[in-house]
Design a protein around this ligand. Structure first.
Ligand SMILES: [Zn+2]
Ligand SMILES: [Zn+2]
Length: 87
């Protein structure tokens, strides 16, 4: 399935560059490859900032045409990660 990713507020589409910086370890990464998880320290980011309009939106809201099954899988991944980050 072809998932379209775009800013919920201005429709900017990420181009695969590592625009996002982790505020914990300062690693830069493409947040849409890692489902909003820092590849270095595994910190999870609930909201994703748009590079174009600078507004924050919940990470999952960026995924257009997500079907219910895939959305549930992503939410499960994010929940699990949020718990494991605590220790
Ligand atoms: Zn935007
Ligand atoms: Zn990090």
């Amino acid at each position: 399935m072809d998932i379209k990713i775009a800013c919920p507020k201005c429709d900017w589409e990420p181009d695969g560059r590592p625009y996002w910086m982790c505020d914990h370890c300062f690693t830069t990464f493409d947040t849409f490859i890692t489902t909003a998880i820092c590849p270095n320290c595994k910190k999870q980011f609930k909201d994703t900032q748009c590079i174009s309009c600078h507004e924050y939106s919940p990470h999952l809201d960026w995924y257009r045409n997500l079907d219910a099954w895939l959305r549930a899988q992503l939410e499960k991944i994010l929940e699990r990660t949020a718990v494991s980050v605590e220790d």
